[in-house]
Design a protein around this ligand. Structure first.
Ligand code: ATP
Length: 434
């Protein structure tokens, strides 16, 4: 059943235009995915909700958008050049490559039972060259996390905005990791988007800040409608901690393939600022002008994946409901996340007055929220399609509308239908959506 659910999500994503295989007409580039018209709306809504909760609604967080390409010394200072490795083994028989951590038997190929090579380290950073000459001196990496862009701007932020501790920086952007075993649809890919916060605190306040951020980030998923039984926290054991981290809690989601990480919230202590101070030669300490003391703040980092969150919300929202003889598939996405808030549908496609009125209504609604006009099928089919993409309201224009100036509004969740006057429609929908 669980496996089946994943197949249904992948198929719905393709059929309805959420997520497509990357470069599909060329046979696909393995483990790359393109977001289609509904996918990009969902993804944008998710990022907007994150930005609103973590930047706009807080006084202590500033937004950023740093470059993907960074000075090579950044990755030496951060530890990525020396520590960002996974161990891999190759099968001598079928030549497949495996991540050692995933192997039960480290000597035998799980696919063909062939002999595996000794585990060898494999750096996960994508390498390329800057400029026209492909030589070692021009090597550059695509960033494997957005975090470093915020650490290296710490001084710029202090000098330009003068924030007092505790304060945070937040950004959303693409990251790249040459994963050995990508898979599970968009869960693990080599190009993905992260939403990260670097929260700078006085070291004595770090434990409390970590606890607060764990609660805040966990609740963010619940507030956007994720089912609580599908969300849990998992503390990292000492052996699992990244080289810089003092403590880390993962927020995990119960995916069809099992519980897996959505987001990690770590106490990175003063590792990053100290390293960048040492490698850049700049003073990256914070000066407390009341106490007249200088120190390296600790950093609490909530770091989540946009693509993983989109996949989790899609899976969580998918439902099949018996309606009379039929089964309806519906995406019960929250009103913040649903790609389309209202679809305006003409009951009769061959009546120009109805079509024109429906188009005018949708045009007017579009000014306030994402609304669409759709006349690509019979009304039953259109309802089914809109349910499948999570559209919150369907507005139907019929013959009666031409006389009484009322439309039928059908709610996705209750399937109840109400007649609402065209004049009041927008106000009615805005009330439902806020
Ligand atoms: P994992 O253990 O699953 O490899 P990680 O602990 O290495 O993840 P972090 O370095 O903590 O991940 O990155 C923060 C977040 O970025 C993760 O919680 C996840 O949501 C997202 N992320 C990391 N790697 C990938 C990937 N390859 N594909 C999609 N999202 C990713």
């Amino acid at each position: 059943m669980a496996e089946n659910l994943m197949d249904k999500i992948v198929s719905l994503c393709k059929r309805r235009g959420f997520i497509f295989q990357g470069s599909e007409i060329y046979g696909g580039l393995a483990n790359t995915w393109d977001y289609g018209p509904y996918g990009v709306e969902l993804k944008n809504n998710l990022k907007k909700a994150w930005w609103k909760a973590n930047v706009q609604e807080r006084n202590d967080i500033l937004g950023m958008d740093s470059a993907i390409l960074m000075h090579p010394r950044v990755w030496e200072a951060s530890g990525h050049v020396h520590n960002f490795f996974d161990l891999k083994s190759d099968c001598k028989n079928c030549k497949k490559r495996f991540k050692s951590a995933d192997l039960k038997d480290k000597t035998k190929c799980p696919e063909c039972s062939g002999q595996l090579t000794e585990a060898r380290p494999f750096n996960l950073m994508f390498k390329t060259y800057q400029g026209p000459v492909e030589e070692t001196g021009n090597e550059i990496h695509l960033r494997p996390e957005t975090a470093q862009g915020m650490f290296v701007n710490f001084l710029n932020i202090l000098d330009s905005r003068h924030p007092k501790l505790p304060f945070g920086l937040a950004q959303i952007g693409k990251s790249f990791r040459n994963e050995i075993t990508p898979g599970n649809f968009t869960f693990r890919t080599r190009e993905f988007e992260q939403m990260e916060i670097e929260y700078f605190v006085n070291p004595k306040d770090a434990n409390q800040a970590l606890t607060d951020w764990i609660e805040s980030r966990f609740n963010w998923y619940l507030n956007l409608g994720m089912k609580s039984e599908n969300l849990r926290k998992r503390q990292h054991g000492k052996d699992e901690l990244a080289h810089y981290a003092h403590a880390c809690m993962d927020v995990e989601y119960n995916f069809p393939f099992g519980w897996a990480e959505l987001e990690g919230i770590a106490n990175r202590a003063d590792f990053d600022l100290k390293q960048h101070a040492q490698y850049s030669g700049r003073d990256l300490q914070y000066f407390d002008d009341l106490k007249k003391e200088k120190f390296y703040p600790y950093i609490i980092e909530p770091s989540g994946g946009v693509d993983r969150a989109v996949l989790a919300f899609l899976t969580d929202a998918y439902q099949e409901e018996k309606v009379k003889e039929d089964t309806r598939a519906v995406l019960k996405l929250s009103k913040e996340l649903a790609p389309v808030k209202a679809a305006v549908l003409p009951l009769l496609r061959n009546r120009p007055e109805i079509v024109e009125l429906a188009k005018n209504i949708s045009q007017d609604l579009k000014k306030s929220f994402n609304a669409v006009y759709d006349d690509t099928g019979s009304i039953g089919k259109l309802y089914r399609r809109q349910d499948e993409v999570g559209t919150l309201y369907c507005v139907t224009v019929d013959v009666q509308t031409l006389e009484d100036k009322q439309v039928t509004v059908r709610s996705r969740d209750t399937m109840l239908q109400e007649r609402i006057s065209v004049d009041r429609l927008k106000e009615y929908l805005i009330n439902q959506l806020t």
